[in-house]
Design a binder for this molecule. Structure first.
Ligand SMILES: Nc1ncnc2c1ncn2[C@@H]1O[C@H](COP(=O)(O)OP(=O)(O)OP(=O)(O)O)[C@@H](O)[C@H]1O
Ligand SMILES: [Mg+2]
Length: 248
């Protein structure tokens, strides 16, 4: 039987009078890469923030590792890695220090912390920048460092909010290789992206969201088949009805 890492039923989030996520339903299996696609403001980050236990749902059911997010958020967090949409590195610290300090949140200290940090710096090709202050990193280097930081606790589930936004094509492909490597180790991945090529390359299934709702959940291949062989066409046809005419 397939184990579900995430189960959402009628999941809803309100910010005061604004319903950002409006009763969505989905299940994510172990080892799957599940993508959220959708226009700016569709509710993707809000959905991911509830899965990572950053904020509680307003209503509905949300289970991660079969644990209700409101029952034991600390346990879920200890088994999850998060790459937020916004860069939130500590600009007072160096590359190495940023990871070491973050490792403490997971009770990883001393020689073990040092070993894990060097291993991850190697993984994201930032070893030679270890002593450099965050202010002296390029945008892409910061993204890669945040990816490394998300992996410090050897997570079973990694939540990546626009992991490759702003990266050059070489770096984007290198991040895709890393995500594929994680998948090969049976790590479950949830990501958002505005790059259709990324969804096509990495995601087993995608949920297309628009104004807080999921319009469809399917494999990129099926969506392409139904929309002229092009995932961007599928996306444009299924979202932003108020903005665009059909492109097919
Ligand atoms: N902290 C907040 N307080 C109030 N409203 C918020 C907050 N965060 C997001 N929103 C609103 O909720 C809606 C969904 O925002 P969200 O960040 O989830 O969208 P998104 O799909 O991630 O968009 P993007 O592609 O631009 O990152 C938007 O209307 C946004 O203005
Ligand atoms: Mg977002």
């Amino acid at each position: 039987m397939t184990m579900h890492i995430v189960t959402a039923r009628n999941l809803t989030k309100d910010y005061n009078s604004l319903r950002a996520v409006d009763g969505i339903n989905f299940m994510i299996s172990k080892g799957e890469c599940f993508g959220f696609l959708g226009p700016n403001g569709a509710g993707k980050t809000t959905a991911m923030s509830m899965i990572s236990c950053f904020m509680p749902p307003t209503s509905g059911v949300l289970k991660v590792f079969d644990i209700n997010v409101t029952d034991n958020p600390s346990l879920i967090k200890s088994r999850t890695g998060v790459m937020p949409q916004e860069d939130n590195l500590d600009v007072e610290l160096s590359v190495y220090e940023n990871l070491i300090v973050y490792a403490r949140y997971f009770d990883i200290t001393g020689k073990e912390a040092s070993r894990v940090v060097w291993e991850l710096l190697e993984f994201v090709e930032l070893r030679e920048k270890s002593g450099v202050n965050i202010r002296k990193l390029s945008g892409g280097m910061k993204r890669k460092l945040i990816l490394a930081r998300a992996l410090l606790n050897n997570p079973e589930l990694v939540i990546l909010d626009e992991p490759t936004t702003g990266l050059d094509p070489h770096t984007r492909h290198s991040v895709w290789d890393k995500l594929k490597h994680m998948k090969s180790l049976d790590t479950t991945l949830i990501l958002t992206t505005h790059y259709m090529e990324e969804a096509e390359n990495i995601c087993d299934r995608v949920a297309i969201m628009d104004t807080g709702s999921i319009v469809t959940i399917d494999t990129p291949a099926n969506l392409m088949k139904a929309h002229g062989g092009n995932l961007e066409k599928a996306y444009l046809n299924l979202t932003g009805k108020h903005l665009k005419e059909q492109v097919l």
